[in-house]
Design a protein. Structure first.
Length: 396
């Protein structure tokens, strides 16, 4: 295996790219060599920092012979076309979550990467967070018996962060399901074996000024007998980070004096002004997120096994056994999203896929749609496109 850094291109220099910057800057196993972005300012900022080349279109980027892989960080609804373009150029793919908005696009993407013989990893996703991986290893050890039940919940200000207009339209991938639910679904599927059988759910869209789903509760049942309850609210009231040691989603400290700040920042903004505010949080424009001092997380998660409960926290996993209680630390790396780069390097250099493949992403997307359908029809929805954790199984 060569120890040369993976030569990576990026498409989309927006908020998601900003959140990956501390990882790219702190992990010398990847080298950014080109970017595609429609705005010249972002391309110029990229070339000034990383060298390499800036392209106006993804087709030019995909044809760059130096690239081995491309990180796709464009809006969800573009992922289908962008994956097709990169796969046609024969490059491996890291595509930010969710895989796509429509199941039709997801099918097309699975077919494109399999025909091209390239790896596709859906990430970053909080299913890569070190405490989740630690819990998964603890489950796989068999020491605590089978997973029987998972409770996952998260209360955030998601719906009141600055948005592009389509991020508030469900049919274009807006609302909490496609952007946030998919993290929780990825985590719960990873903990429960991957293959959900059915979903029963309710959703809430309670703010007419932001008319998309801001909340849901879903019950999933899994092959093997585990069941899970997933709850999310992005309505910017209760903040479940207070139950995560006051650590925010991205691993930074939560500042209690900032209560209500997200809602206040949007007050009196029209949609154009809000989209411009979002743009101030993108590469070459705004302040960058600090390197965190704790692991990222996606809210409180409790896993009940036969002989123990496991509670995830930013620091690791708290184990409540039959007789004793203990804490197992998860690693904290200077490159905050190191497990995503581990997966990328393994795929590009060793041909080994993580759990989060194109088929995996399609299965999590199926759950997002099933939540919306179940809530609409007031009945359970049977799932048909699920896959397991086993790497080979997710690829065949
Ligand atoms: N994993 C995470 O932590 C995380 C966080 C935020 C966003 N995301 C995901 O990242 C994706 C992008 O979301 P965002 O919030 O960064 O959006 P954004 O609007 O901040 O950024 C999107 C970027 O794509 C660029 N773009 C648009 N069309 C393009 C094209 N044809 N070619 C090249 N670039 C193009 C835009 O100029 C913009 O810079 C979404 O799928 C979202 O779910 C993930």
């Amino acid at each position: 295996m060569t120890s040369e850094p993976v030569r990576l291109g990026v498409v989309g220099l927006g908020r998601a790219f900003m959140l990956m910057l501390p990882t790219f800057r702190n992990d010398d196993r990847v080298r950014l060599v080109a970017a595609a972005a429609p705005r010249a300012e972002s391309r110029d900022a990229f070339v000034a920092e990383f060298g390499g080349r800036g392209y106006a279109t993804i087709e030019e980027l995909a044809a760059d012979p130096e690239l081995e892989a491309v990180y796709i960080a464009t809006p969800h609804q573009m992922h289908g076309d962008h994956v097709a373009a990169v796969a046609a150029g024969g490059k491996h793919i890291l595509v930010d979550k969710p895989l796509a908005v429509t199941m039709k696009d997801a099918d097309r993407m699975v077919a494109a990467v399999e025909a091209a013989g390239v790896h596709l990893i859906v990430g970053p996703s909080h299913s890569f967070d070190p405490p989740v991986a630690l819990a998964r290893r603890m489950i796989a050890s068999g020491d605590h018996g089978h997973v029987r039940m998972v409770q996952a919940f998260n209360y955030t200000d998601f719906l009141y962060r600055p948005r592009r207009p389509e991020e508030l339209r469900t049919e274009e991938g807006g609302g909490v399901l496609f952007s946030q639910g998919v993290h929780q679904i990825d985590i719960v599927r990873l903990l429960c074996g991957g293959r959900a059988r059915s979903v029963y759910a309710m959703t809430g869209a309670w703010d007419p000024a932001r008319p998309t789903e801001g909340a849901y509760t879903a019950i999933l049942d899994f092959e093997g007998g585990a069941f899970a309850s997933l709850t999310y609210s992005g309505y910017a009231h209760f903040d479940s980070d207070i139950w995560m040691d006051d650590v925010a989603e991205l691993g930074g400290r939560k500042d209690p004096t900032k209560y209500g700040a997200a809602r206040r920042a949007l007050r009196d903004l029209d949609p154009g002004a809000e989209a411009r505010l979002k743009q101030t949080r993108t590469y070459g424009e705004g302040a960058e997120p600090p390197v965190p001092d704790a692991n990222e997380h996606f809210g409180p998660i409790i896993i009940s096994c036969d002989r123990a409960d496991l509670r995830l926290s930013p620091g690791g996993v708290e184990l409540f056994g039959d007789d004793a209680r203990s804490f197992i630390k998860a690693p904290l790396d200077p490159a905050p999203r190191k497990p995503v780069i581990d997966a990328l390097v393994d795929a590009v250099r060793e041909g080994r896929a993580p759990a989060q493949t194109a088929r995996w992403g399609r299965a999590s997307l199926e759950v997002c749609h099933a939540i919306l359908t179940s809530a609409d029809q007031r009945q359970p929805v049977t799932l048909t496109r699920q896959c397991g954790i086993d790497t080979e199984e997710t690829q065949t």
